[in-house]
Design a protein around this ligand. Structure first.
Ligand code: FAD
Length: 471
């Protein structure tokens, strides 16, 4: 064991929360180590989450465009799917990104250690390497950034076999396109990966417990979005409670009944993707032994400065409360590093954008109409459709609209919801506006380049307090 290595900070887990916290802390002059049990750094996001899914979403979207849009643009092609090459593109993208983290660790003089971390005591992290050898790292502070894992279906014991019954971990690497794919869970991950395989030729059926897809998303957007997905060929069973997911060897079956009660139905599929959410991961960390408190959902409890109930032990990212998003984890990582360096780290939880990378994309920041109504806040709504946007027409991407919700009395923007091509990038200007407490008039009076999709954001802002020009 190596007791001489005294660190200011040992981070357990190298996902977007952990690696960003480590880099920021090192930049601020702290001596930092990161412990990661995977063979590569980057956590769920870089290895099996955000990055591989976006590589496949982009590639499959290009395939879809080649099949259905190119001819309208005057390009004749006969596209043919080369799935091994598409998966290789995804693997290369992942490798570039995880190697990038290893490079950044070196550049910032961070000690990266591959092994499983356990908190032996406050100020001591025991690391077990793959060969079983152990070392103990002495440190002033410990950051728990161990993230989340697939949750499964509440109340059901789902027997994932990685072939016929899969989680997102395997759905980013199916060796062939399933003829029939049933997705249990109509949330972000299910709809994104369902879209990938549908574009590549699968017949996709989504079974969702709630009465709407995309849970907390603005209801007007999720209703219209479901129609668009249905036009793309997806089938939906909403308000459906799954009671069994069984493999029959070469295929699988999903049984469900109306959530309100009624007759059960069974669907057969070549692959069933169970995408019903993720749960915080703290197994083997030794939290009970050192007395770190968790809530009912298994999340590590923290105060407003990311400190647990035990001095010197902090937690960030998917393993604590809040939305399970990479950029939320990153921002917490920066804030914690700043706090540990004696600065005033802070995250504005009111302005965390969320994006669904389907076609069209969906992006939102701030409050939904449903939330404003529930809070009794009077608001104005400004909307603008991409069908009236020149650039959207030129690109054959006219699906969707922008909706801005602003305080009735002050015009301060309270929420922005965009469905459309590139919505994930367009939402950034709304986030900046809201971070500065801006009004819809501030946005509308900001010159926007022509012709761009973001002109629709400006037009929706005009529509909030006055009238848009182009409708
Ligand atoms: P994680 O990324 O989960 O990293 C935790 C790391 O800790 C893991 O590498 C794990 O191996 C390691 N670890 C755990 N225990 C130990 C231990 N005892 N010792 C050592 N190491 C340990 N979010 C977005 O914002 N945008 C997206 O587009 C997006 N797409 C997604 C797509 C999919 C398919 C999935 C599954 C998730 C997606 N997410 C997306 C969510 C995003 O991946 C998570 O919010 C993010 O990774 C959380 O970061 P984290 O650092 O908290 O934890």
């Amino acid at each position: 064991s190596d007791a001489s290595s005294a660190f200011d900070l040992v981070v357990i887990g190298s996902g977007p929360g952990g690696y960003v916290c480590a880099i920021k802390a090192a930049q601020l002059g702290l001596k930092v180590a990161v412990v990661e049990k995977r063979k590569t750094y980057g956590g769920t996001c870089l290895n099996v989450g955000c990055i591989p899914s976006k590589a496949l979403l982009h590639a499959s979207e290009m395939f879809e465009e080649a099949n259905h849009s190119f001819a309208k643009l005057g390009i004749k092609v006969s596209p043919e799917l080369d799935l091994p090459a598409m998966l290789a593109h995804k693997d290369t993208t992942v490798k570039q990104n995880v190697d990038g983290i290893a490079f950044l660790f070196k550049k910032n003089k961070i000690t990266g250690i591959i092994g499983t971390g356990r908190i032996a005591a406050p100020g001591a992290v025991e690391v077990t390497a793959e060969d079983g050898s152990k070392q103990t790292l002495k440190t002033k502070s410990i950051c728990i950034a161990t993230g989340s894992v697939v949750a499964g279906i509440p109340g059901l014991n789902v027997a994932f076999d990685g072939k016929t019954i899969v989680s997102s971990d395997d759905a980013i690497a199916l060796p062939k396109v399933p003829e029939r794919l049933v997705v249990v869970g109509g949330g972000v991950i299910g709809l994104e990966l369902g879209s990938v395989w549908q574009r590549l030729g699968a017949k996709v059926t989504v079974v969702e417990y709630l009465d709407k897809i995309l849970g907390p998303t603005d209801a007007e957007i999720s209703t219209q979005f479901q129609k668009i997905l249905a036009k793309q060929g997806m089938t939906f069973h909403l308000g459906a409670k799954v009671t069994a997911v069984e493999s029959t060897g070469s295929a699988a079956k999903v049984t469900f009944e109306p959530a309100k009660g009624g007759e059960a139905q069974t669907l057969e599929a070549d692959v069933v993707l169970v995408a019903t959410g993720r749960k915080p991961f703290t197994d083997g960390l030794g939290l009970d032994e050192v007395g770190v408190a968790r809530d009912k959902a298994g999340r590590v409890e923290i105060d407003a400065h990311y400190k647990t109930n035990v001095d010197g032990i902090y937690a960030i990212g998917d393993v604590v409360k809040g939305p399970m998003l990479a950029h939320k984890a990153e921002d917490e990582g920066v804030a914690l590093a700043e706090i540990l360096a004696g600065q005033h780290g802070h995250v504005n939880y009111g302005v965390i954008p969320s994006v669904v990378y389907t076609s069209p994309e969906i992006a939102s920041v701030g409050l939904t109409e449903e939330e404003l109504k529930a809070a009794g806040t009077p608001y104005n709504t400004g909307k603008f459709s991409f069908t009236a946007n020149g650039r959207a027409r030129a690109m054959l991407h006219t699906d969707g609209f922008v909706k801005i919700l602003a305080d009735k009395a002050t015009d301060k923007v309270l929420g922005v919801h965009i469905m459309g091509f590139g919505a994930g990038d367009m939402i950034a200007e709304a986030a900046v506006l809201m971070e500065f407490g801006g009004s819809s008039e501030d946005l509308a009076r900001t010159c926007h380049a022509h012709p761009t999709m973001s002109e629709a954001v400006r037009e929706a802002a005009f529509a909030t307090f006055a009238k848009p020009i182009h409708s």
